[in-house]
Ligand binder design. Structure first.
Ligand SMILES: [Zn+2]
Length: 229
């Protein structure tokens, strides 16, 4: 992990935290520690670098924690920011040497996915779905996407997309995959079963995607065909 990549994350995180309401006099320092993810001392906010990949909602919790660290609101914010899996994005230094998940351009991709989700949520789900966490996976090859939901509601739903899919199939196909996962999110958040049954097929048609569990994506340059989900 290079210093340039680290500085890029810090700059992005500072900009996003200011957008989320962080006061202008605060300085943002990033770290990759295992234990304490956010701490405040005078006007220096030390934040785990992984938060550069969090949703706006999580960043608002970081700001609320900074603003009210000792009050009840601070405790709620702390719970929310601790639920975000920072180490999945930026693992502690020892792990990072073995397996880095960070790639140049990842933050732009993740930011675009949040925006895509917000747009599709408004267009197809009356803005009722919660804001998920997006992850990119190197290992996801046979499938294009997956969603993990926590029925207890302690963590936001996690939508993972294969980096392979993003790099090769283009944004239109990626948007269909996100919509497919959003139909599963809709199932989870309206108390339905997660499956590809009648509800799924009905809703998928309503939002304009193929109502099938598996989807053929256009062949790549080598003529390979793949199926998803
Ligand atoms: Zn599915």
């Amino acid at each position: 992990m290079t210093d340039a990549a680290r500085e890029a994350d810090r700059t992005l995180l500072e900009r996003r935290l200011r957008h989320a309401g962080l006061r202008g006099t605060d300085r943002v320092v990033v770290h990759e520690n295992r234990a304490v993810v956010v701490s405040v001392r005078r006007d220096v906010v030390r934040v785990h670098r992984g938060f550069a990949y969090a949703s706006d909602r999580v960043l608002r919790a970081v700001v609320a924690f900074r603003d009210g660290a000792s009050a009840g609101r601070g405790r709620a914010a702390r719970r929310e920011l601790l639920a975000f899996p920072v180490h999945d994005y930026v693992p502690p230094a020892a792990v990072a040497r073995r397996r880095s998940r960070l790639r140049p351009g990842d933050h732009e991709t993740v930011a675009a996915l949040y925006e895509l989700h917000a747009t599709l949520n408004l267009r197809h789900f009356a803005d009722r779905l919660s804001e998920p966490t997006f992850r990119l996976s190197d290992r996801m090859r046979a499938r294009l996407g997956e969603i993990v939901v926590d029925d207890a509601g302690a963590r936001p739903p996690e939508i993972t997309l294969g980096r392979w899919h993003l790099e090769r199939d283009g944004w239109t196909e990626v948007a269909k995959t996100v919509l497919h996962e959003m139909v599963h999110q809709w199932q989870a958040e309206t108390g339905r079963r997660l499956d590809h049954g009648l509800d799924f097929r009905h809703k998928a048609r309503a939002v304009g995607i193929e109502p099938s569990a598996r989807r053929r994506v256009p062949p790549d340059a080598r003529g390979a065909r793949r199926w998803i989900d």
